[in-house]
Structure formats: structure tokens, C-alpha cells
Design a binder for this molecule. Structure first.
Ligand code: NAD
Length: 477
């Protein structure tokens, strides 16, 4: 018997849901079944696998009301929950475009040995383990699973124990597609389940915190399997002197506070020219004050509650430390307990420096510390003074100048004249720099190719070289 885990509702604070965590025996058995099923799954043409996934997307559409309801109870928000349920079909169409380009056997001929021709076989990893976080529970459970399945892998998915309600309706949709049910296992559970999963699979796609990512990476190294780690961020934005301060403030606000800042690519540090600082802060505070909370009605207001109770403590701790060290809070700044949930309004801070946790550690809340810079070199140095390198933003009227600054930032993606674009588009390949992650891009065509190994089949059409050719006397002659 697995352990029973109780789950807190982010809007009421009540533990109103419980589920049984998959233990190591169940994880092991599920992965053994997937390994058996994978041979039949992989021999099918990729277009057939994609058709099966489309059938799943159709089943998900049929279960959409239950799925959206469960996700909204998991996350305390409605619009973003619905958006997660609507993402599967368009995602499959994007992978269809890439798959037709990358899932083809390639051929070539040797330059040194013209009679030797080679062909490539793409060999999928049999069982991929996906471990996902609580901030976008469905999206981040499927983001790597779908391309892995198209590549010919089977997949075991372990969603976060903080937001597990959506698993039941997702499983119900899966049960309606028997051809896929053998290729996908949904394994509810916590860290213990995740750790067991790492021991039973052939490749891991992990999305979550740096601390857990490090443990998962170490376990994968011991098991000698690849780990794709998508971890946290502390994304900077640089506003250039030629930017319009009001427009910059409004764009950066959205990219900082959307989803109550609970997105890895949320902007968490804003750098503005000294001469623009006060005007920018004025506009940012005015825009921040217009952002409403979706309390008490989930269908009215912009920001939902904080999903994870422990995160509220981290945010409060960072704000307390910044205040104690002399930072000024212009708006927001308090965790509010409303209807049993934990909430925070968009928060603007000034008088911050890089000795404060609020400028160094991931906040994962709608908190915007603003710092003035003297010149572009200083702005770039401040942006790069971080353990993280997930993404960043640059705002400026001269796009070429903004791109020149973006090229100097140590991060895997830089949005120019917008912010957090990687949360909205998935075509551009990108890597995570520094502690923000490890492994190949989950975006773009590489999102599929990382799920197989290339085997080279080398065919000699001429006469093989024989051992006599290596006789020292023969060579000298
Ligand atoms: P977390 O690291 O606490 O947990 C993530 C997952 O790992 C959960 O499913 C958890 O049960 C599991 N887990 C815990 N211990 C484990 C272990 N020892 N072995 C295997 N699995 C284990 O992260 P979280 O709090 O759920 O998510 C928030 C974090 O995720 C933030 O840091 C955020 O930036 C990051 N994130 C990154 C991206 C990205 O694409 N880079 C996207 C979303 C979220």
C-alpha cells in the first residue's frame, strides 16, 4: 500500500483532497510494463504514434470540464487552468511539423573511404521519466512527454504532490485511448515516488527547483542515464535609456506578475537608467496598483492565490530581509490571508542591492525590485551577477541596440521589447545557463531529437582493408 497524502486547496487553505502515492514497487512495475510495451510502440511509424496522441487530445477535450475544474482547484485560478487544458492539440500540431523534418533516416558517404556509405537509425530511449512541478501542473507534465512519445519512447509521468487533482481526469482521458494506455503511466506521488522513478527509467526530464534538480542529476549520474534539468530562474530585465518608461513599466509588470509570479521565466530584477528611475517607478507602481486579486470570486480579478504555502514563507522572508536592510516597499509587500488562501499583490521595491536575497534567490512571486544603473556596462554586469541564467528581457526603442545588449546577457533566452516570451512560444531552441538547468533544448526541433540515440550503420561497398596493409615493412616499401 502506498502512503496517503493530503492536499491543501490554495483558495481555502483546507486539505480537501487526498491520494495514494505510488511506492517504489508500483513505480518499478509500471516502468517494467512500459519497457515491454515500448518495442511495439517504437516500431510504428511516427505518424501513427502522432495519430494516437491526437486521439488522446480529443479525449482530453471531452474531459475538458473536469480537467479544468481539477486544475483550477489545484492552482486556485481559472483562465490559466483553462488555457492549460486547451494546449494539447496545438502542441501536437507543432511537433508534427518538426517530426516530419527530424524523424527521417539520413544517409551519407565517407570522404576518406568513398566505398563506405552510412545510414542512421534513430533509437529512442525505452522509458522516459517526467517529473513536474506545481506551477503549471498539466502543461509541465506533458511538455516533454508528448515529444518523447512521438520519438518512440514510452513515458512515466510523476506530477507534483502539491497539485495532483488533475491526474484523475487526465487518466480518464487516457483510458479512452487503449493504444496509448500501455505507453503512458501516470504515477501520483511526492519526492519519494520521484526518486524511485529515477531508478527505473532510461532518461529523466525534470522540471523543478535547483535543490531537487541537483539531487535528480546526481541520481541520474549514478544510474548512468541522461538528465534534462529545467530549473529555477532570477530573470533580469534591462530598460535602455531610449525606452518609453510608461510602456516599459507596463510590459515588465505583466512579465513579472502573471500567474502571481509563479512561473520560472517571470522577471524578478528590473534595472533602469539612473535618470529614468523615479519616473519608471512611478509608472510601475501605478500599473501595479491596478492589478486586482481574483478574490473572492475566481472569475473576477487578475491574480490568483499563492499555490504553495511554503512559497509564501519564502517570499515573506525575502521581503522582511530586504526591508530590514533598508529597501523601500512602494506597494504590495504583505502576504494577505483571504478566505483561508495566501495572497500577495504586485510588489514594487527600491533601495535594493545584490547582497539581498530578493536580488539573488528565486522569489516565485509578483515581486519587482528596481535598481538604477549608471551605464550599459554596469547594467549588463548587474544582470549577469547571478547564479541563474534562465532568461531575461531588454526594452529599448532601437531594436539593434537592444539586441546588442541581449547578446551580452548570460541566459538561454532574451525577450526584446517584451518579457517572458518563452512562456508563450515554444519554437525557439534554447538552453538553460548556469544553475537554471542542464541538457538539450526542450523547445524547437531538438525537443524531439534528444529522445533518441543515433546509431550509425556503416556499409562497405568496396574491398575492406586487410591486416597485411599494416605490416611495418610493407608500409615502408
Ligand atoms: P521541486 O523541486 O520542489 O519539485 C519538483 C518535482 O520534483 C515534484 O514533482 C517533486 O515531487 C519532485 N521531487 C522532490 N524530491 C525529489 C527527489 N528526491 N527525486 C525526484 N523527484 C523529486 O519544485 P517545485 O517547488 O514543485 O517547482 C517550483 C520550481 O520549479 C521553481 O524553482 C521553478 O523555477 C521551477 N520551474 C522551472 C521551469 C523551467 O522550465 N525551467 C518551469 C517551471 C518551474
Amino acid at each position: 500500500m502506498g502512503r496517503t497524502l493530503r492536499v491543501r486547496n490554495p483558495r481555502t487553505g483546507e486539505h480537501d483532497y487526498a491520494f495514494e502515492a505510488a511506492d517504489a514497487t508500483r513505480v518499478d512495475a509500471a516502468c517494467a510494463q512500459l519497457r515491454d510495451a515500448q518495442r511495439a510502440w517504437a516500431v510504428r511509424d511516427w505518424t501513427e504514434r502522432l495519430d494516437v496522441l491526437v486521439a488522446w487530445a480529443e479525449a482530453i477535450d471531452r474531459h475538458q470540464p473536469a480537467l479544468a475544474d481539477a486544475l483550477s482547484r489545484d492552482t486556485g485560478r481559472w483562465l490559466l487552468a483553462v488555457a492549460e487544458t486547451r494546449g494539447v492539440r496545438p502542441t501536437l500540431e507543432r511537433w508534427r511539423r518538426y517530426a516530419s523534418a527530424v524523424l527521417v533516416d539520413s544517409e551519407g558517404r565517407s570522404q576518406a573511404m568513398p566505398d563506405v556509405r552510412f545510414r542512421h537509425q534513430q533509437v529512442p530511449y525505452p522509458v522516459v521519466g517526467v517529473i513536474s512541478p506545481w506551477n503549471f501542473p498539466l502543461l509541465l507534465s506533458l511538455i516533454d512527454a508528448l515529444p518523447a512519445l512521438i520519438a518512440g519512447c514510452t513515458v512515466a509521468i510523476k506530477p507534483s504532490e502539491v497539485t495532483p487533482r488533475f491526474i484523475e481526469p487526465l487518466q480518464a482521458a487516457l483510458d479512452e485511448v487503449p493504444e496509448l494506455a500501455g505507453a503512458v503511466a501516470l504515477l501520483p506521488g511526492d519526492g519519494e515516488t520521484g526518486a524511485a522513478l529515477v531508478e527505473s527509467v532510461d532518461l529523466v526530464c525534470f522540471t523543478g527547483s535547483v535543490a531537487t534538480g541537483r539531487k535528480v542529476g546526481e541520481a541520474c549520474a549514478r544510474a548512468f542515464i541522461p538528465a534534462f534539468l529545467e530549473l529555477g530562474g532570477k530573470d533580469p530585465a534591462i530598460v535602455l535609456p531610449d525606452a518609453d518608461p510608461r510602456h516599459a513599466a507596463e510590459v515588465l509588470l505583466r512579465a513579472s506578475v502573471l500567474a502571481t509570479g509563479q512561473a520560472c521565466q517571470s522577471l524578478e530584477r528590473l534595472y533602469v537608467p539612473e535618470a529614468m528611475h523615479d519616473t519608471f517607478v512611478e509608472h510601475l507602481v501605478a500599473a501595479a496598483r491596478r492589478v486586482t486579486l481574483s478574490h473572492p470570486d475566481i472569475h473576477h480579478g487578475i491574480l490568483g492565490p499563492l499555490i504553495f504555502e511554503r512559497q509564501a514563507g519564502i517570499i515573506a522572508g525575502q521581503l522582511d530581509e530586504a526591508r530590514a536592510r533598508g529597501a523601500t516597499v512602494h506597494c504590495g509587500g504583505e502576504i494577505e490571508r483571504l478566505g483561508g488562501g495566501l495572497w500577495i499583490r504586485p510588489t514594487v521595491l527600491t533601495g535594493v542591492d545584490h547582497d539581498m536575497k530578493i536580488m539573488r534567490e528565486e522569489t516565485f512571486g509578483p515581486v519587482m525590485p528596481v535598481m538604477a544603473y549608471r551605464d550599459i556596462d554596469e547594467a549588463v554586469a548587474l544582470a549577469n551577477d547571478s547564479d541563474f541564467g534562465l532568461s531575461a528581457a531588454v526594452i529599448g526603442a532601437d531594436v539593434a541596440a537592444a539586441e546588442a545588449v541581449a547578446r551580452r546577457i548570460d541566459a538561454g533566452a532574451v525577450s526584446i521589447n517584451d518579457g517572458a516570451l518563452t512562456g508563450q512560444m515554444f519554437e525557439a531552441e534554447k538552453h538553460s545557463f548556469k544553475l537554471s538547468g542542464l541538457g538539450g533544448s526542450r523547445m524547437g526541433p531538438a525537443g524531439i531529437t534528444r529522445f533518441f540515440r543515433r546509431k550509425a550503420l556503416l556499409v562497405q561497398h568496396g574491398t575492406p582493408v586487410l591486416i597485411d596493409a599494416f605490416d611495418e615493412g610493407h608500409a615502408a616499401g
